[in-house]
Design a protein around this ligand. Sequence first.
Ligand code: FAD
Ligand code: NAP
Length: 569
Amino acid sequence: MPQSRAASPRARTEPGAVDVVVVGAGFAGMYMLHRLRQQGCTVQVFETAGDVGGTWYWNRYPGARCDFPSMDYSYSFDPDLEQEWEWTEKYPTQPEILRYAQHVADRFDLRRDIRFRTTVAAMVWDDDRARWTVHTDQGDEVSARFVVHASGPLSKWKKPEVPGLESFRGAWYHTARWPHEGVDFTGRRVGVIGTGSSAIQAIPLIAQHAADLTVFQRTPNFAIPAHNHPFAPGYQDGVKARYREMREQARVSMFGVALPMPERSALDVDPEERRRVYDHAWNDPDNGLGDMYVAFTDVLVDKTANDTAAEYVRQRIRGIVEDPDVAETLCPKDYPILTKRLCLATDYYETFNRDNVQLVDLRKTPLVEITPAGVRTTDRQYEVDDLVLATGFDALTGALTSIDIRGRGGQRLKDKWAAGPRSYLGLAVHGFPNMFVVAGPQTPTVLSNIIVSIEQHVEWISDAIRHVDEHGVGRIEATAEAEDAWVAHTREVASATLFPTSHSWYLGSNVEGKAREFMVYLGGVGPYRAKCEEVAAKDYEGFVLDRSPAAAGAERQHAAAAGPGAGGG
Ligand code: FAD
Ligand code: NAP
């Protein structure tokens, strides 16, 4: 990678000034920092947490682990890294992924440019100087030509919207803010609110220790068995031998993992063949989430086809859970399978056969309040010692709109997105020049192996910054027309599927007052990548590249004033 610091106007220009501020040091922020440094940029990363890792720093609840295979859910940008790192099992645990993130930080000496325990609170665009001024909760004020948000699609955690939590006498824990020292539930009466992916991983393990576990379920979820296992001797070497080919397939795939795409409709095969396909997804020790998504061509688009998969899983639940009433309560019936995130489970449904576990159906008896002694529903009070809130996130937009971001003319991002996110390619926003987003709304990210999407975004953004520098451009901004077209295209693709028919965080419907807008680009990882590459190849079609002397020259003056060698990185 050529070092272009001397020739470019990207030197540090004043005390507290850098080329790029990056928000967040999860997998997105870490790679963004590494990549920008490689091309000679000075970078300041801010991170609320005490170390790198993002999701895997925060989500330390029992059972937390990835549900994409470790060999896929890992960086591909450095062949030595991927050859040297040893994973231990099919689905890595949170501690193992965190160790991996920490290893990457050590290996590339990332921490020296990351300010931990520091939250970006606000940022303001100065159109005359073509710079952002970034403010943190620690009183920092940093000037930057570019800002990159790597603040996480699932980092803004949310409490349940019921009163009384502050009155609760016991201890409460959100899955996304779990104590580092762990929690001992031995002999305790524990309540878990929520039955999404986090709860489905945590419940079986909490049940093993708690005296009593009460699960408060509003919406049941579909889950298939994880079949997690340690790697057999030699397995990892085999994957590593064909890693490059596998990674390339993932990059151009629909979901960021190399999977054979289906060719048959669920409705064109007989029931026995359908059962064989679903049995494979359920039973095969090498199965994965993707097997259900690609079982047939139409499970995501045709309700009748989807019903065949949903009914298969319901039958499985009924076959595992001994109490027929509990089994029915656990069976999702009012939304198509896969339109809320499918979960991978280890002993989840089986846990409801334990004597110390009870399920409360909040659809029948809704949650009223948290009381000092526990949880009150419309029909009774449940006394608990500890409460686990597995209540999810203000996904995709929450971390961004929590920052007071003011773009051109003082426009606030939060206001602009009040009726739902608007972006061009999910990477840039009209009215917010020189600002990019990694893993944000209107990209395929959260319906993909996220590391694949992160790498693509980071590489596209760093290439765009390099292009801007090499061409004397001071401002790069998405046009209103390009943004309108991308929003319309995202909606159009989604409306051809069953996804918008269910109340999911993809749609914002898990957050009170949040606009209902389907926030995921469903065109697939490979086609999305091709579109982004096409935009770049056409001199950033859909962006205005401002080459005016005012935009580019102002920066050069600052660089000149700072003198040769200023900055560093
Ligand atoms: P994050 O890892 O969320 O990092 C963002 C960082 O930004 C956080 O550390 C946060 O503290 C910081 N931050 C946010 N706002 C600010 C601010 N204003 N100032 C300073 N710092 C800020 N994806 C998969 O593909 N496969 C999986 O199996 C999978 N499992 C998951 C399991 C859990 C429990 C969760 C919650 C998510 C899971 N995901 C999974 C999604 C996961 O979030 C991504 O895979 C990936 O880790 C996101 O990386 P990121 O760097 O974009 O965001
Ligand atoms: P989630 O899927 O949004 O689940 C939140 C749960 O809390 C839902 O069951 C929700 O019910 C319930 N809930 C929220 N507010 C409530 C209230 N006021 N009263 C009662 N119930 C309430 O959140 P998550 O489980 O943390 O997962 C979020 C995403 O993170 C996942 O979809 C996935 O992408 C990722 N993740 C992945 C894994 C993995 O296996 N690797 C693990 C964890 C998380 P409703 O459905 O009715 O709203």
